[in-house]
Design a protein around this ligand. Structure first.
Ligand code: GLU
Length: 296
């Protein structure tokens, strides 16, 4: 469907693996507030539910109830990533056709052993990176393992991919234009052994599918954006704008996690807080910049 170039489309993309907490409210609120800056803007809801072992049916409903209680109304039908498997497979097949992904047979244990044996394991922002073991396998070895039914993930050959795309940038409404470092997270998994897909691939494919113009999310996911930019170019998908917002921190300055039950929306509601109070609390944490101040 053709759409006006100035129409902003954002999404809130929770995983139905737990209840929403204050951090999610900030994420949803930022996406909503940004979309409402354009008259025909759309705020979409996407359930990132590919992690089947951790997803529980009850959480879809809980998320909807919490958003409704907060008065955050999404447009269009919520999208469940579990309905999008064919699109992820097609994207992976495309990368495979360009020899940019390779099967990885390593177990977690084998990767840890490899790190232990290295003089210096390659480091990323969240710890050591995959050492590239299976990238170095001969084609005949790969074929033999696949023929033998050895379980495998698919990893992006990030260095090869970067040589194809050349230097890339992305633009964040808070941080400005940043140079993408495609190797920042190493050879990331694009299809997990157990579920056949993975976050980085699914998010990039779906942001394009849902015509998201502005990807808003917590700044903890900033490293992922470097990989996403690379994938967007490889898959010839449009480049969205980004807004990585600060995280809501607890009293100890640590980021909120599912274990912070006291800050779950349901708990705040039951303790007598109103939706207006909860929203005021996250609004005080951060608000998206107003459109007049955006520049590239
Ligand atoms: N599903 C992710 C989360 O729950 C959000 C991913 C994204 O916004 O790109 O934090």
């Amino acid at each position: 469907m053709p759409r006006n170039n100035s129409e902003i489309r954002t999404r809130f993309a929770p995983s139905p693996t737990g209840r929403l907490h204050l951090g999610h409210v900030l994420a949803a609120r930022v996406a909503d507030a940004l979309a409402r800056q354009s008259p025909a803007g759309k705020f979409l809801l996407r359930f990132e539910d590919i992690d089947a072992p951790r997803v529980r049916e009850i959480y879809y409903q809980n998320i909807i109830e919490d958003l409704e209680w907060l008065g955050l109304h999404w447009d269009e039908m919520p999208l469940r990533q579990t309905t999008r498997t064919a699109a992820y497979e097609a994207a992976l097949a495309r990368l495979l056709g360009k020899s940019l992904v390779y099967p990885c047979f390593c177990t977690r244990r084998e990767i840890q052993d490899e790190w232990a044996n290295m003089a210096a394991a390659p480091q990323g922002p969240e710890g050591p990176l995959y050492p590239g073991t299976c990238r170095r396998l001969a084609a005949s070895e790969r074929e033999a393992k696949i023929a033998a039914g050895t379980p495998h993930a698919w990893r992006l050959d990030s260095q090869l991919a970067a040589t194809i795309t050349g230097p890339l940038t992305f633009h964040d409404l808070r941080f400005g234009t940043l140079a993408a470092n495609p190797g920042l997270l190493g050879d990331v998994v694009l299809a997990r052994k157990d579920i056949g897909t993975a976050y980085h691939l699914a998010v990039v494919v779906d942001d394009a599918f849902q015509q998201i113009t502005h990807v808003t999310r917590g700044e903890d996911l900033l490293p992922s954006t470097h990989v996403h930019r690379l994938l967007q170019v490889l898959l010839e998908l449009p480049e969205p704008e980004y807004l990585h917002h600060p995280l809501v921190l607890d009293e100890q300055g640590k980021r909120l996690a599912k274990r912070h039950d006291a800050l779950a929306i349901a708990a705040l509601r039951e303790s007598g807080q109103t939706a207006a109070e909860v929203l005021a609390r996250v609004n005080a944490e951060f608000q998206p910049p107003l459109r007049t101040s955006w520049h590239r």
